[in-house]
Design a protein around this ligand. Structure first.
Ligand code: GLU
Length: 450
């Protein structure tokens, strides 16, 4: 069966890695079933939704490689929601309630004190038109609740297995606020029906709403989609990931040069029965994807793992893949490929090549060595091969020095590395020496023994 799924973020902030998990679960399921993903922007909260956040969400999807078959914005569909709202009112399924937040809170506390479950008492349902008018004359405006049937609702959750909720144990859900704005529930259900959504795959923080939502689907004459509620990502210490953790926003990861498949592999595989491995593509992730393999506990995730995977990808990138980025860093065309091949194993991200290029270009480095190495570097300067240096010059040079001085291992290599690069560790020296060139190498050796 081909699935139509949706990822439905609100453009009121940046997406974080936990949102990426939900987006990917949907995308992988769509790939697996040959189906399609709808990106639905839940932007009915016009005060907090912004165009910039909406654009960033689209950029994030593209960066992760998620194919969006259809883009929808709830803000463009208000007329449709209003029509359904009016119909539900006429049918007596949406009723006005006039309690303030304080009054509702008081009712809840009183019920709890009496040992009763704090369910809304449906006072609004029993108001006559006359009473409603009186309340409005007092200056109150209603919020609107959906009248639940109060029955056992069951579904077979594709992540969590068989679920059953008695909606008689739940309050009639508020669908419309006092100011007339919609909570997410009704627009979401109308959209899921209108867009032909076959599977709702979302975080398990929504599971307790599913019973009432199934009732609303049915009240609207539709059958509910299949449901999958996945575990939520938490940090390694168990804390929930909030939208506000800037450093873990997809935008921040993207701008830091993190590789998208590193993010996708971790976000999709953590908290499942599959091992967390670096996968080369969303297709490869989809091949091993199974909603039923989602763990029941929270998905504890280590940002470190993304960094490690990302570095692994970067170390294997071919020069063509980073050419544009190195060009943007003003690294000259003729050195980009050899530079990248020389330093990629020492780069966490392509942009790190710039620091190595700067080191090679610097007028001088701090290559000072101890007195015990000065004579050795003097000999090294004398034996520096003549003519243009190549990647093979290093081994010819160091074998000559080995024969000459009897030095080997660290004592042979470290003073050279220190004098030529100013550092005690770094990329393999053969390509570095060739990139540095004979004149600069000679200058740096001379400076180090001075
Ligand atoms: N905009 C809702 C949210 O992000 C969508 C929930 C859903 O997937 O049904 O919580």
């Amino acid at each position: 069966m081909t699935a139509t799924v949706r990822f439905a973020p609100s453009p009121t902030g940046y997406l974080h890695i936990g949102n990426a998990r939900t987006a990917l679960f949907n995308a992988l399921f769509a790939i697996q079933t040959g189906g399609a993903l709808v990106l639905r922007l839940d932007d009915t909260d016009t005060a907090r939704s912004t165009e910039a956040f909406a654009q960033t969400i689209e950029d994030d999807m593209a960066w992760l490689g998620i194919e969006v078959a259809r883009l929808e914005r709830q803000s463009a569909r208000m007329a449709r929601y209003n029509a359904v709202r009016d119909d539900l009112k006429v049918r007596g399924l949406l009723y006005a309630c006039y309690e303030t937040a304080e009054e509702l809170d008081y009712k809840r506390k009183r019920q709890l004190a009496l040992g009763k479950p704090p369910i809304y008492d449906r006072a609004g349902l029993n108001l006559t038109d006359e009473q409603c008018k009186e309340l409005e004359a007092e200056g109150r405006t209603p919020h609107w609740r959906f009248k639940l049937e109060g029955r056992r609702v069951e579904w077979d959750d594709l992540c969590k297995g068989p679920q059953s909720i008695d909606t008689a144990s739940q309050s009639d859900p508020v669908l419309i606020r006092e100011d007339g704005s919609y909570l997410y529930t009704l627009p979401s259900i109308i959209d899921d029906i209108d867009f032909g959504i076959t599977h709702v795959i979302r975080g398990e923080d929504h599971v307790s709403n599913t019973g009432t939502q199934i009732e609303i689907f049915e009240a609207l004459g539709a059958s509910a989609p299949r449901w999958a509620h996945h575990n939520l990502l938490v940090s390694a210490d168990g804390a929930a990931l909030s939208k506000r953790e800037g450093s873990l926003s997809l935008k921040a990861l993207r701008e830091a040069g993190t590789q998208p498949m590193a993010v996708a592999s971790v976000a999709a595989l953590v908290g499942t029965a599959n091992a967390i491995t670096l996968e080369p593509s969303l297709q490869a992730l989809a091949d091993g994807f199974d909603l039923a393999k989602t763990s029941s506990g929270p998905a504890r995730f280590e940002p470190r793992q993304i960094e490690d995977f990302s570095a692994q990808i970067v170390h294997a990138l071919e020069p063509e893949a980073v050419d544009d980025e190195l060009a943007a860093l003003e690294i000259p065309a003729e050195v980009r490929a050899p530079l990248w091949l020389a330093v990629r194993a020492n780069c966490q991200r392509p942009a790190d090549a710039a620091a190595w290029w700067a080191m090679l270009q610097a007028p001088a480095v701090d290559g000072a060595v101890g007195d015990e190495d000065k004579a050795y570097l003097g000999a090294a300067l004398e034996h520096l091969p003549e003519g243009a240096l190549t990647a093979d010059s290093w081994s010819a040079w160091t074998s000559a020095l080995k024969g000459e001085t009897g030095r080997k291992g660290k004592a042979l290599f470290m003073p050279l590395r220190k004098a030529l690069t100013g550092m005690e560790r770094g990329p393999e020296m053969g390509p570095i020496l060739a990139l540095l060139g004979r004149d600069k190498a000679a200058e740096r050796l001379a400076a180090a023994v001075r």
